[in-house]
Structure formats: structure tokens, C-alpha cells
Design a protein around this ligand. Structure first.
Ligand code: NAI
Ligand code: MG
Length: 398
């Protein structure tokens, strides 16, 4: 195997701990790579006024594949207050480097698999007949459109005159909002393009076909959000009919879907949604398989091949300065497996997943979250495994 160059972006807080653990696992699994460090996160906002420096973009552009831990984000005013004195009053405005990465590289396909590991004490269970406990086996993959919709940043408070005039051409705006002073309006747009919608739908169908899922569920709200959700569902019907007749197309509303999560989560296979609803439904499914310590993700642009692989959790600042890191690295290790799959190292990914599955099933080494403890510095003394002990256990299985 030729040696790979992987951009490594630990970011902030526990991002550093989980990425270090995942790289140790990759090394032992035999992944031959050179890791090039790239700067991202809070430190670079405070000291340089940019949490996503240009040099990091160059590195990703050049090497194409990146592992990412997590970053710390803060609201606009708090961010401005923490800028270094030399950068104050320069009119710098904080924006999330994750959203920045997605938009800069057009990482429009976001994939979030949620698969339950046998023996994980955090798995969702429900009461069955005669006081039995049922543990549905969940294997859902959420495809989230990652660059458009409600997260595209096209929004205003007190919208400019031209925007206001345009809104006033819509009869429903006139009826419901024209009496409200313009200064009291905030507008966030939800824009879908046919191109990006088709790309996420096709990615979802392709995945279902490749891995043998029987259904693709569009999880939106087409009965109410007629234009955007409606367009997505209509396009899904066309694509299914013309190219994937063997796969069933299901249609659920995001609100009902969240309710059904506790009823029949094992019925779903591939789920596809716009940016916001994809974010919501993927967190919902992640909750059923153990929560943030288990929720992994990939985001990529099939045209350029650029891919960024990261756990969906954040930097958990309260644990960042513990002398021994206590957080669960499995979400990061799983994200690294997604990277391996992406570069066709499927056998290696499968081996690592099997090692993780064994560690979880044996239950001898568990982080505080799996032991249902409150996260505190003394959890390791009380029997929880540290971040690096879990990595060691996975490595021992390898
Ligand atoms: P968070 O995901 O950092 O933490 C929430 C809670 O989940 C933690 O307090 C901890 O109890 C638990 N947790 C998170 N990761 C865990 C792990 N690997 N193992 C065990 N438990 C884990 O979210 P929070 O507290 O809302 O945000 C903290 C910071 O992270 C904020 O600045 C936020 O903006 C940022 N953030 C960054 C993300 C990213 O980099 N992708 C995503 C979400 C939040
Ligand atoms: Mg989220």
C-alpha cells in the first residue's frame, strides 16, 4: 500500500484527545500514513481573527483527505470579546469553520451512519410483552444535504429594502407580516437547488443499492414546506422510478419521524433529508445507539474527492483540561473507519469495526458514558476507562 498523506485537524478541547486515540488505532491496524497537522478552531480565531486559516485550506486542497476532531464555537458577541487586543475593532465577525469548510470545498454530501453495537448499555430498549425487554437492532444511515437549506447563511434581521420589497410580492407575506415593522423582522431563508438535491438523493440511493438496504426514506415536510421539501420528494420519486425501482421509497415528516424513532427505528435503512432536518434526524438516531460517543460522520464532494471525517460531537470544553482524558473515542475511531472506506481500505475498516464491536460487547473496558456515570475527573478511579484505555483495548483486539 502506498503511504497516504492525511490532514489531521485536532481542533479544540477533546478533539485533540479523540483524534490522537484514533490515529493510534489506525497505526496498529496497519494504515500507512503520514499525518500533516492543520490549524483550525478557537485559538486561531482569537490570535489571527480566522478559525479556518488559509494555510489549512491549502493543505486540504492538496491532500484531499482530512480527519477532524472538534472545535469550540461561541456566539457572535462572545467571540468578538475574546479576540486578541490587536484584532479588536477591526470589524472581524466570527463564523463557524465547519460550515466554512463545507461551503469552501462544496462538501455537500454528509453521511451519518447509526448502527447499534451489541452489548452497548446505552442502546435504546423498549418494553415488550410480559415485562420483556426488546432491543431493536438499528442500522440506519442518514444522508444530510450539507451546504444549503437553513444553514446556508442567507439571512437578515431588519432586511434590506430590496429584500423587503421582494417579500412583499408574496401574498402570504402581505397577509401575515406586512403590519410588522421591518425592523422587527428576522428572515432565514431555506434555499434548495435542484442540482444539490439531486446529488444528495442519488448518493442515498447509490448507498442503499451498494449495501443492500431495502428502502430510502425522504424525511422532510412536503405537505407544509411545499417548495423545498416538495421538490426533494418529487425528485426522489423520479429518481427511484427511473433508476432504483428495486429500492422502496418512503416518505416521512420530520416531526412524525422523531416520534417513530422510539417506535420502530429498526425499520429504517437509508434516510435522506435537507440540511436542518438531516441534522435533527441524525442526532435522533445517534441517541438510540449510544449518543455522542458513538456518532460518526463523513462529509465529501464526489467531484473533487475531498473528504473530511469527524465525530458529530463538539469539543466538550468542560473535559478538555482533565489530566487524564475521559471521553469516548469510538465516534472518532468510527469516523476514521469511514475515511478508510472512502479510500477503499474496506477490509481495514471492517477489522477495526470488529475490534470495536468486541470491546463493546465484552464490556470490560468502558468509558464513563457507557457506564452511565456523570463525567467527572474521578471516573477513572471509579472504574471507567480513559480515552487512551479504550484505544488500547481496541488495539489489543487488532
Ligand atoms: P459537545 O458535543 O461538545 O458536548 C456535549 C456533551 O456530550 C458533553 O458535555 C459530554 O457530556 C458529551 N460528550 C461529547 N463528546 C463526548 C465523547 N466523545 N464521549 C463522551 N461524552 C461526550 O457539545 P456542546 O457542549 O454543546 O458544545 C461544546 C462546544 O463544542 C461548543 O463550543 C460548540 O459550539 C462546539 N461544537 C462543535 C462541534 C464540532 O466541532 N463538530 C459540534 C457540536 C458542538
Ligand atoms: Mg448536530
Amino acid at each position: 500500500m502506498a503511504k497516504r498523506t492525511i490532514v489531521s485537524m485536532p481542533g479544540d478541547g477533546i478533539g485533540k484527545n479523540v483524534l490522537e486515540a484514533a490515529i493510534r488505532v489506525l497505526d496498529v491496524a496497519g494504515f500507512e500514513a503520514e499525518y500533516v497537522h492543520a490549524d483550525i478552531g478557537w485559538e486561531f480565531w482569537c490570535n489571527e481573527g480566522n478559525p479556518l486559516p488559509q494555510r489549512t485550506l491549502y493543505l486540504i486542497e492538496k491532500h484531499k483527505i482530512a480527519l477532524f476532531g472538534a472545535i469550540t464555537s461561541k456566539p457572535k458577541d462572545a467571540a468578538a470579546a475574546e479576540l486578541s487586543p490587536a484584532l479588536q475593532d477591526k470589524g472581524l465577525v466570527y463564523s463557524s469553520p465547519i460550515v466554512g469548510l463545507r461551503q469552501h470545498f462544496g462538501l455537500d454530501i454528509c453521511m451519518r451512519p447509526c448502527r447499534s453495537y451489541k452489548g452497548n448499555p446505552l442502546n435504546f430498549v423498549r418494553r415488550g410483552p410480559n415485562d420483556t425487554i426488546e432491543e431493536p437492532e438499528i442500522d440506519a444511515v442518514i444522508f444530510r444535504q450539507n451546504t444549503e437549506g437553513l444553514y446556508s447563511g442567507v439571512e437578515w434581521s431588519n432586511p434590506p429594502d430590496k429584500v423587503y420589497e421582494a417579500l412583499m410580492t408574496h401574498p402570504k407575506f402581505v397577509k401575515n407580516f406586512s403590519k410588522t415593522p421591518k425592523e422587527e423582522l428576522s428572515v432565514s431563508t431555506r434555499i434548495f437547488t435542484r442540482k444539490a438535491t439531486e446529488r444528495i438523493l442519488r448518493a442515498a440511493f447509490e448507498h442503499a443499492k451498494k449495501y443492500g438496504y431495502k428502502s430510502v426514506t425522504v424525511c422532510e415536510k412536503p405537505n407544509v414546506i411545499r417548495e423545498t421539501s416538495g421538490m426533494m420528494y418529487k425528485m426522489a420519486q423520479q429518481i427511484q422510478k427511473s433508476d432504483y425501482p428495486e429500492i422502496e421509497l418512503w416518505n416521512t415528516n420530520i416531526d412524525a419521524q422523531m416520534m417513530w424513532l422510539t417506535k420502530n427505528p429498526d425499520n429504517y435503512g437509508v434516510i435522506v433529508a435537507g440540511n436542518m432536518f438531516g441534522d435533527i434526524v441524525s442526532d435522533g438516531f445517534a441517541g438510540l445507539i449510544g449518543g455522542l460517543g458513538f456518532a460518526c460522520s463523513a462529509q465529501f464532494n464526489p467531484d473533487t474527492g475531498i473528504g473530511v471525517f469527524e465525530p458529530t460531537h463538539g469539543s466538550a470544553p468542560k473535559y478538555a483540561d482533565y489530566p487524564v482524558s475521559i471521553v469516548n473515542p469510538i465516534a472518532m475511531v468510527e469516523s476514521a473507519c469511514m475515511m478508510l472506506d472512502y479510500i477503499d481500505e474496506n477490509a481495514m475498516a471492517a477489522r477495526i469495526r470488529k475490534a470495536v464491536a468486541t470491546v463493546v460487547a465484552e464490556g470490560k473496558v468502558r468509558t464513563y458514558d457507557m457506564m452511565k456515570m456523570a463525567g467527572r475527573p474521578d471516573v477513572v478511579e471509579k472504574g471507567a476507562a480513559s480515552t487512551s484505555q479504550i484505544a488500547d483495548a481496541i488495539i489489543a483486539q487488532l
